[in-house]
Design a binder for this molecule. Sequence first.
Ligand code: SF4
Length: 236
Amino acid sequence: MREKIEKLNAEFKHLDAKSSLEHFLKVYRGKIALSSSFGAEDQVLSDMILKIDSDARIFTLDTGRLPQQTYDVMDRTNLKYKTKIRAYFPESRDIEKLYYKQGANGFYDSLENRKECCYVRKIAPLKRALNGVEVWITGLRAEQSQTREEMQMLEWDESNGVIKLNPLILWKESDVWSYIRENGVPYNALHDEGYPSIGCEPCTRATDVGADIRSGRWWWENPEHKECGLHIKETN
Ligand code: SF4
């Protein structure tokens, strides 16, 4: 698989985001999906994808701890594009066990607790959402954090057994906002309140101007831990 990914990268790394989406949405029709957290990058991709194929599959992971503003943009997106982005939830029994073990806000107490919460609320539902999917489209950008700077347009995701397509991997933040403005794309109101990256409400906060884009996520942890496990880079 490593060779196949290297070949795909050599072939497609010069394509712009729209062209790469057109290609993969056509070749992998019915087996390709975007996971959206309704952040700025995912909104750009939803706009591009739904303009190419209005039946394309887009899903979100509703952790149960999202900010109200994320639900607002979810509804506005469905309305604007006349679509129904499918939401995947954690299993209720897993949440009950999590509360019993670490309490409602145990993720603040240790890295282990935080990773367990992210696993129950995000990773396990993602595995269900990716069932039958061969290409997983993401809104990752290399400049977002030190954990993402070596990522390429195409990657192999060993833990989910899918090809990851990152059409915006070389985009700058200014590219994202230019696209949003030029195309009238709905976006999360928290971006206007100093939140460059938005996840669960208790684990996200606003950042200072010029600060690392993901510094408001799990701000109490070291930078190298600032991933929920959805996008850990495979080394083999
Ligand atoms: S971001 Fe926070 S609340 Fe959300 S799943 Fe991870 S630890 Fe839990």
